[in-house]
Each structure stands twice: as C-alpha cells, then as structure tokens.
Design a protein around this ligand. Sequence first.
Ligand code: ADP
Ligand code: MG
Length: 401
Amino acid sequence: MNIHEYQAKQLLQRHGVAVPEGEVCETAEAAREAAARLFGSGQTLVVVKSQIHAGGRGKGTFKSGFQGGVKLCRSVEDVHEKAGKMLGQVLVTKQTGPEGRLVRKVLVAGAPDIRKELYLAVLLDRAVGRPVVMASTEGGVDIEEVAAKTPEKIVKVVVDPALGFQPWQGRKIAAALGLRGELMSQAGKLLKGVYDTWVQSDASMVEINPLCIVDGPEGKPRLVAVDAKIGLDDNALYRHAEIQAMRDLGEEAPLEIEASRHSLNYIKLDGNIACLVNGAGLAMATMDIIQHFGGSPANFLDVGGGATREQVSAAFGIILSDPHVRGILVNIFGGIMDCNVIAQGIVEAARETKLALPLVVRLEGNNVEMGRRTLAESGLTIISGDSMSDAARKVVKAVAA
Ligand code: ADP
Ligand code: MG
C-alpha cells in the first residue's frame, strides 16, 4: 500500500524527523485559511503541493493546461488561486501514465529557503537480505538517472537488522553528503529517525527526495524532509490499524478494489489473456507459460485455496471489465479446492455474463471428474485443456484467431 506525502510526513515526524510545517486541504478556501496561519506565523514563502500517489509532481502538467503540481506562493491569495487550479483537476506526471491522477487534496506548507537538495532512502536490499540506507548529494532529481549516469554519487550503507542503525553509520552517510559540525549531528538523528520509521511501520520503502539543508532560525542551517514517499508491506498492515486508516481508495485501481472486496488477489497487466488461477505460485507459472507460447497475460488473479462459487463469479466479472481481454484461461489445481465448485462457478458466471470470448479450462485434482462433467453438460462452448501447456497453447491460439 502507498500513502500520501502528508501522511508519510506524519509518520516521519513521530520519529523525530523534521518536516516543514503544513496542513492538508480539500478546498481552495481551506488552503487560504491554512496559508493565512502559515504566513501569520512568520513564513515568507508557502508551497502548495498536489497530493497523489505518484512522484514527479513538480514537473507535471494538469490536463487543464496548468503547469506544475507543486507551486511556491508569496501571498494568501496566491495560495488560494493555485490550490483552486489543482483541486478537482487531473495531474499527469512521469509516474502517473497518460491518464493522470485526480487531485483531491493539497498540502499547504511552509517553504523555507533551500540551500541544498539531497537524496535519502531506506529499502530492503534483496540481494544481501538486509535493509539498506541510500543517500546522495544529487537530490531533487530522478535517482534512477543518478544511478545510471553517476553511480559514484550514491552511497549505500547496509544495516544489520538485529543491531539497528548505528551512530557510526549515520556519520559515514553524513560525511559522504558533505555535512559537517551541527549538520552532522542533525543528520545522525534524522537518519536514525528515517530508519526507525521504515522498521516500525513495516515499510517496503521510505524515500525523501529532496532532503534539504534549509535556513533555520537565526540563519542556522537545518535538515528538513521536504518531500516524502512511503510504501508499506501489505502483509504487515494488520499490525498497524492507524496506517490502514491512511488507505486512500481513490488512488487505487477500481478493479483491484473490487477484487479485494471479494478477497481475490488481482493485479491488472497489459496483455489480453485473462487468467483465473488458484494459488499465487500457479498463477505466476500460468503467466509464464502464456508468455512462453507467445501470448500476453491481462492479469494476475489468484482466487485462493478455498474459493467459493461467488468468488469465481466475482472473478469473472472483474476479468471481463477489462476491455483488453480477448480470451480467458482458467487453470485450477484442486487440492483443498473442489474442482466441481469451480466448474459450477464458471458455468454460472459464463451464463450470467453471456460470455462470448474463448474460454479454456484446465482442471486437475480433487473431484475433477464431477467438475469436467459439469462443464461438459453445461451446453457452453468451453475448450478443455489436458495439461497446463496444452491449455496455454489453446488459449493463445484462440486469441490469435
Ligand atoms: P515531486 O517529487 O513529486 O516533484 P517534491 O515534493 O519533491 O515533489 O517537490 C518538487 C520540488 O519542489 C522540490 O524538489 C523542491 O525544490 C520544491 N519544494 C517542494 N516542497 C517544498 C517546500 N516545502 N519548500 C520549498 N520547496 C519545496
Ligand atoms: Mg520529490
């Protein structure tokens, strides 16, 4: 699950990470009031930031033609106007795809004078099997670009999860970022805070881009997280009720929401052959074998080990709502699952949806004879597959024809 920048900053703040003071607003009027408070408390510059689950907002363009999803403002009126131009509009960035994202909220925050933009992230390095803290002096730009062109500008420190983030690791990163004196000790505290946020939220990634050196009180430099992005491990969400409450369904694909309502594990892909499979491993293998025979899967769909007729029917509905689908492959290995339950679900769903697309079914395992009979006696045109490869070959052929 992903969360918004303003929510990520709330989590970071709880671990002592400094962020610019700000408020999230859903109307231009609320943005005006928030701006009045910020200017009133002594800010000379205020930023209005579109809240969507995608980066690249600063350089994004609204479908209305308005440029930039992050705008600096010098007056309350300016904030009101800019918020009005963002809210209710669709923002297209490098990360949203051409369809863009509807902006429903903006963050109105103080904009301190930035002296330097740095990059900082904590993520899991699967190769070493440990968390890694990544930092760079090249902040504010695409880290992929830095990694490709000047990889020497990225410093990585692997953390032993049993020991946690160590002070010497903080100093090492701070030194690599060119931070000295007061900034080095601030960096130590901030890095520890960011690492702790990652661990304690069960995050898959925490990214701060940019992490800024700004002019603090009395002109003293200060380290502040100016942008923040946090991705969370869905499998650990049950441990964090307050993070679950941060879920924004408006940011998730509607079909994926519908699927989670029926406890189906569905991920939409770009191809045209829909798959309905029980078990994640089998679902992966099914996608591979479709590719192997020259086809392209339209989705990953795992109905789980003990799917009901209703779930199968819901799964068909979801599959068929994708206009790119040209054929369906059902690949079920009945262990716990009764093949006849699946067969009944398929027949019911095919009738209900007046299915006209080629449907290939491969059933194996528990009560498979009954299941096959149910399909055969249904009067529906169902192509049966004898094995996984036979079924995959048949569906690819049917879709090509
Ligand atoms: P994105 O990564 O989605 O483009 P950012 O939050 O990184 O969004 O904003 C883009 C740029 O806008 C930042 O690199 C920074 O230069 C500027 N900016 C963002 N927030 C602030 C802020 N609170 N104060 C000053 N400048 C800001
Ligand atoms: Mg950014």
